[in-house]
Design a protein around this ligand. Structure first.
Ligand SMILES: *Cc1c(COP(=O)(O)O)cnc(C)c1O
Length: 452
């Protein structure tokens, strides 16, 4: 299993290096040269396996011999020790709940597998490392909690101070120990820029910086698991084609789905559901890519991304090239992309209406990101009635109790908080009041903090 950079300006590397480095030196993202294949017989046999068995089958194709089988089983058991329920909502439409992990976000999947695998490699090599990560809301919590107390790893998380909820903040700031959090007076894209600059900065070499954003391939491949899992729970025939509706922000989730499809999963269409940051549906429509700067604030705040990093991987999959600044060097085969993906932009009004109608129709609460996905599958159903025989799975990517104000004002119901969240809200926060505006402020902070 070899990897290249989506900017094509660094050499070929193996799985372990891709995981530990996170990002290529040419600022591109690591991507598989070749995608492992699974035959339809095996996919069909997944119906009779449990999640751990399926996960072992899939992950071992990515890691080949870099981790011993018994160790891998332990890693998966430890990292993904929570339920992944799939419920039928109506007719052929299902919801897969990815919000049962410790931070109640689907990001727990990638973050927890990545953390355990990194620690495993570092332990074997007797090395240490510093994770630098930018968050638009949920990544920070998932990453901080996944790496918390890992002996060989320190974590620095940057978040847009005024754009995340108190609960999202507390998921990172109440940990302490090896977890440092920094509120930035800016947007997610500003946080991401600071992180990228630090990676390119030779003066910080000693920190052995790595990334746990969805730019790290180690975050991405574990996300293929719930595509295979949810598929295996609902199909009736071998080779049955289905639809997935994927709430999308930085497009890691969708990229994982596209990889699963290339591996052999029979997906008729992905419905990429975005909020008002509609650069991707616009691109599919016009063939011209224009990032949105600054990104727009929507209630599905973990998807407020004006230039998704993982577009580099999606372009790469379809023979194109786009760099980290959003400059297109080579257009991908856009007709092929259109065959695989339909993208809808859902504004805040429709998102709110969807939360209300979902509650009225099914007496259940859906949170803003899942609601964007649900609104999108509904548009698809209305637009393509000829596909009504296909089953669909929409991902609920976070737990409703993480967005109490919005949910209460729309439904009059206070969503019950899972225990993992309840406990955390009572803990004290470690808040750093440092003002960081430019890269040099951030660099000085790191130099001081780690006494370089
Ligand atoms: C991060 C996030 C998303 C977007 O996922 P991407 O992989 O960045 O597209 C959607 N919903 C929630 C709740 C998230 O935290």
């Amino acid at each position: 299993m070899k990897f290249h950079s989506t900017n094509y300006n660094s050499g070929e590397i193996d799985f372990k290096t891709a995981i530990l480095k996170g990002q290529a030196i040419d600022n591109g993202l690591y991507m598989l040269n070749e995608i492992p294949r699974i035959d339809q017989e095996t996919l069909y046999s997944f119906r009779n396996m449990n999640f751990i068995e399926i996960a072992l089958n899939i992950i071992s194709r990515f890691i080949e011999n870099s981790i011993k089988k018994a160790d891998l089983k332990k890693i998966i058991n430890e990292a993904l020790n929570f339920k992944i329920p799939i419920e039928k909502v109506e007719n052929n439409d299902y919801i897969c709940y990815l919000d049962n992990g410790p931070t109640c976000s689907f990001k727990d999947f990638g973050a927890r597998i990545l953390a355990t695998i990194m620690e495993y490699f570092l332990e074997n090599d007797n090395k240490n490392l510093t994770i630098l990560t930018a968050t638009s809301g949920d990544t920070g919590g998932a990453v901080a909690q996944a790496f918390y107390k890992m002996p060989r790893i320190k974590v620095v998380v940057l978040y847009p101070r005024n754009e995340i909820t108190t609960l999202q903040r507390k998921q990172m700031t109440t940990l302490g120990r090896n977890v440092i959090t920094l509120g930035i007076d800016g947007k997610f894209d500003d946080c991401q820029r600071l992180v990228k600059n630090a990676f390119a900065d030779g003066d910080l070499k000693q920190l052995n910086l790595s990334s746990a954003n969805s730019i790290n391939f180690g975050r991405l491949f574990p996300q293929t698991l719930y595509y295979f899992w949810s598929y295996s729970r609902i199909i009736e025939r071998k080779n049955e084609e289905i639809l997935f509706s994927v709430p999308s922000g930085n497009f890691g989730n969708l990229t994982a789905g596209l990889i699963a499809k290339r591996m052999g999963l029979p997906v008729k269409r992905f419905i990429s559901a975005v909020n008002e940051n509609d650069e991707f549906p616009q691109f599919l429509k016009t063939g011209i890519y224009k990032k949105i700067e600054p990104s727009k604030n929507c209630i599905s705040n973990a998807m407020n991304v004006g230039h998704p990093s993982n577009l580099a991987r999606i372009f790469d999959l379809y023979g194109g090239r786009i760099d980290e600044t959003g400059k297109v060097h080579h257009l991908p085969d856009i007709d092929e992309i259109r065959k695989d993906i339909i993208s809808y932009s859902i504004n805040d009004n429709s998102t709110r209406e969807t939360i209300i109608s979902f509650f009225n129709n099914y007496q259940k609460i859906i949170e803003p990101h899942g609601a964007v996905g649900w609104a999108a599958i509904n548009i698809f159903r209305k637009t393509y009635p000829e596909h009504n025989n296909l089953k669909s799975i929409t991902f609920e990517t976070a737990h409703p109790s993480k967005f109490p104000n919005e949910i209460i004002s729309l439904t009059n119901v206070t969503p019950e908080m899972p225990n993992s969240l309840k406990k955390m809200t009572k803990r004290k926060e470690f808040l750093d009041q440092k003002i960081i505006k430019e890269y040099k402020d951030f660099k000085n902070y790191l130099i001081e903090k780690f006494s370089l």
